[in-house]
Design a protein around this ligand. Structure first.
Ligand SMILES: [Zn+2]
Length: 498
């Protein structure tokens, strides 16, 4: 156990989970360590800067072109064009060029430029759309969610009507903006959440807890409808990243809980139950369509992990125990489309949910776990580089090295079966030992009896029992009478004179 204290497990300082701007909210690798609020500020700044730079470049190019044009005109075109005509042409060209440049750098015309491409993409998307039955199921769900939303919004009366109108307007607008980049669409959604929440608070004076509830329903409504367009869109490399993570997790199939210093002992049936539940939860995330529902899966998974640690250690789990265990669960579960799900939540969840509270905390930890999986190395697994390389290339597996520990890809049933078989063979051995001991005991007993008999016989032989006739000593008839001494003394002869 001395070895254990020297191992350097996976550790993240809790402050590293927070926004690097120090605002106190949770940060996220997808936002380069910022919280959603600070990231948007930074993103805006960066975008503004980019636009500014593009403008400057455009203006410089234009100046250069004008100079070139002017010099060419002065050398050869001077005779054919009058000065006024030249001036006219120059101005015309300038305005045309500026508007083209301007148009090029504004979102709306960029959208126009991409329209053809987006139309094509849409065609492809529709062509590879899921089978009709899945499609029907999805539209049934959309209808159900819409109905529920309308029923819910009715309870809010006038503000409710306003929310509904806003949502409709938003959905209508985004349906015309499908060709925007996913970051821009995400920004639209987040602006929308912000606007609706602000409206409810300031214009309709709705109390904060009712605002939060309404926002959850708004998210559910708009994201159920938008899901198929914005989850893992073809315009991003989300799918490529999904495949990369999946491949990486598969390559790490040999990692054992011991290597990660995971304080969970799956031999305890209750703990192994929790582990299975945690894996199921994280896999289930992919089946949900609303970002908040996906988050709920992560939170449920995390709570099962905390329970598993608590039962194993018999004390509450610490944050240092949690992260390696979460990594282990992700490695064991290899959840489908992990990066897409994380990206989707990051882009389209109501940001207030990700910045604070337990959902935000667990989500940040999951992002951290994925980042760790991407860079797990020999050192973080307490292995020599040589062993790590051999395990990674599949030359050998830790199972061969330590026959008593299983690699995480062996399913629980097989593990249990191997354990049972092991136990049975141990029992068998013990029983055989008992039988042989019993036989030995029986033999000992027989030997002992024989020995005693022989000894007795020897003695009998040596000292034969001779029954001598009793010596016929005379005895009084009443010699055996015990009461004799109680009798009066025998009469003595008396001499009578006379
Ligand atoms: Zn921040």
């Amino acid at each position: 156990m001395n070895l254990k204290s020297e191992r350097r497990g996976i550790h993240v300082d809790q402050s590293e989970l927070l926004c690097k701007k120090g605002c106190g909210y949770y940060g996220n690798p997808a936002w380069q360590g910022f919280c959603s609020k600070c990231w948007r500020e930074e993103y805006h700044k960066a975008r503004q800067k980019q636009i500014q730079e593009d403008w400057e470049l455009a203006e410089r190019l234009q100046r250069e072109e004008e100079e070139a044009y002017a010099s060419s005109q002065s050398t050869q075109g001077a005779q054919s064009l009058t000065f006024s005509k030249f001036e006219e042409k120059k101005t015309n060209e300038k305005t045309r060029k500026v508007t083209t440049v301007k148009k090029f750098f504004t979102a709306s015309s960029r959208a126009g430029a991409k329209k053809a491409l987006a139309g094509k993409l849409k065609e492809i998307q529709e062509a590879k759309a899921p089978s009709p039955s899945i499609h029907r199921q999805a539209s049934i769900e959309t209808d159900r969610v819409s109905k529920e939303f309308i029923e819910f919004i009715r309870t809010y009366q006038k503000p409710g009507q306003d929310i509904y109108k806003q949502c409709k307007l938003f959905l209508d607008t985004v349906s015309h903006k499908r060709d925007l980049s996913i970051e821009e669409q995400s920004e639209c959604a987040q602006d929308f959440y912000q606007n609706v929440a602000d409206r409810l608070q300031t214009r309709w004076k709705v109390p904060p807890e009712k605002v939060e509830k309404a926002m959850d329903e708004v998210e559910k409504y708009i994201m159920t409808r938008q899901y198929k367009y914005v989850f893992c869109p073809e315009t991003t490399d989300d799918e490529k990243k999904d495949l990369a993570v999946q491949k990486r997790i598969r390559a790490l199939h040999w990692v054992t809980p011991q290597m990660l210093c995971v304080p969970v002992s799956e031999e305890i049936p209750e703990v192994s139950d929790m582990v299975v539940k945690a894996i199921t939860d994280i896999i289930e995330m992919d089946s949900k369509r609303v970002p908040r529902d996906k988050l709920a899966c992560i939170t449920k998974c995390s709570k099962h992990i905390f329970n598993a640690i608590k039962i194993t250690k018999n004390e509450p789990a610490s944050a240092d125990d949690f992260l390696p265990t979460l990594i282990y669960i992700v490695l064991k579960g290899n959840p489908p489309r992990l990066q897409s799900n994380i990206q989707y939540i990051t882009r389209f969840c109501n940001p207030s949910r990700l910045m604070t509270g337990e959902d935000g905390y667990y989500f940040t930890n999951l992002c951290c776990a994925v980042a760790f999986i991407e860079k797990l190395d020999a050192q973080s697994l307490n292995l020599s580089q040589e062993d790590f390389d051999r395990f990674m290339t599949g030359q050998t597996s830790p199972k061969k090295q330590e026959s008593d520990s299983f690699s995480p890809d062996v399913c629980l049933g097989v593990k249990q079966m191997c354990k049972s078989l092991d136990l049975l063979s141990q029992l068998n051995e013990r029983q055989e030992r008992i039988v042989s001991e019993a036989k030995k005991l029986e033999k000992d007993l027989i030997d002992w009896t024989d020995g005693i008999t022989k000894e007795v016989e020897d003695i009998v032989e040596k000292y034969p029992l001779e029954i001598k006739p009793k010596s016929q000593a005379l005895a009084a008839i009443d010699s055996e009478n015990v009461e004799n001494d109680k009798l009066p003394p025998p009469l003595q002869p008396q001499v009578y004179a006379g």
